[in-house]
Design a protein. Sequence first.
Length: 155
Amino acid sequence: MFQDLRDTLHEFQRTHRFGRGISAVQIGEPKRLIYIELEGRAYRLRNPVYEWESEEKFVLWDDCFSFPGLLVRLQRSVAVRIRFANEAGEVEILEARDAFSELLQHEIDHLDGILAVDRALDGNSLCTREEYERRYRGTKAMGSAKGLAVPEVLG
């Protein structure tokens, strides 16, 4: 199954020019599996669960494999600690901050039936990729955890 997730992510990256992670539910498999590629490393997570989420939050524009043309402004924890089983079934703990933390939260949301649009901050927190490029190109809002927006840290 992880090979299918990897192949699907790579095809999506080839056709859409973005994407760092995918969950099994996004390809119609009702399994708690996540495949991520970030900073030259692949992560294969089975049954991930939160052990801890920071109280410190940040706001960003998020994109998603499920709706490649839509961006959603939402809030995430700055840091998380996740417990999961690796491919061999061994339990591991993963601590992540910033971009990696955001990506883990995004993918775990998929496993829990939550989409980015469900986390939109308000009625003005949705826009098309084209609208985002027109509005924010060259502004402070460009360049984030996902390459889309500078996170606004909330204390």
